[in-house]
Design a protein around this ligand. Sequence first.
Ligand SMILES: Nc1ncnc2c1ncn2[C@@H]1O[C@H](COP(=O)(O)OP(=O)(O)OP(=O)(O)O)[C@@H](O)[C@H]1O
Length: 249
Amino acid sequence: MSNAISLRGVTKSFGRTEIIRGVDLDIPHGQRHAMIGPNGAGKTTLFNLISGRFSLTSGTIELNGRSIDGLAPHEINRLGLSRSFQITSIFPRLTVFENIRCGLLWARGYRYSFWHLLGGQRALNEEADRLIERLNLEDRRNVPAGLLSYAEQRALEVGITVAGGAEIILLDEPTAGMSHSETEYAVALIRAVTEGKTLLIVEHDMSVVFGLADVITVLVYGEVIASDVPARIRGDKAVQEAYLGTEAA
Ligand SMILES: Nc1ncnc2c1ncn2[C@@H]1O[C@H](COP(=O)(O)OP(=O)(O)OP(=O)(O)O)[C@@H](O)[C@H]1O
């Protein structure tokens, strides 16, 4: 079976500076994969390459065995990849329920011109409610999304991404700015709602990374220095020296 995400010899230069320096990475379907590394290692740049915001300098990136070379972000999105945790995709005046229903309708191809189709669609409403239950947002079902807490809005954003049909989800620092209890809530939620999906996450909070990831890749100066299960990453000497020893002791 092909991988969900596959990188071969990926490089990216800005001017003369090579920021990503020959990255090979395979992320199988259904894996929760975390990318860690010191500030400036190139994690966000890799996200931008995978989601099509940046073009590659050299190498190849495949999603589900298909090269994304030259594709625009929205075309990559249509292949089932979604970069989540951008609060802007929430409609603040619509309720939680309506936001989720927008995501479901989007996945069915109605895009945003569907208002006349709303109502009387029991299956759709039931699906929206099931997702709200998995998001632990039943109490907030009829609340305008703009009134939710920060953590709840981020929860909703993941829900919309999943409702929208994404099979591969990129999360950029999903718990940044959250308190300890909000972080715990967010991790539980991400785990529940992305069950069976492929997840690639960049995160600085090591409790999140080690609590969530099946496999962790460590990026240092644009190169992968290790990619393994959490227990082996924790015990890896090179990783400890380059990163964990200082950042997550
Ligand atoms: N558009 C750009 N033009 C020039 N340089 C860039 C650009 N985007 C990123 N860089 C540089 O690439 C390097 C890697 O940045 P990147 O944001 O990918 O690192 P990161 O690992 O995500 O860091 P952090 O953990 O701090 O978010 C940095 O030195 C940054 O200044």
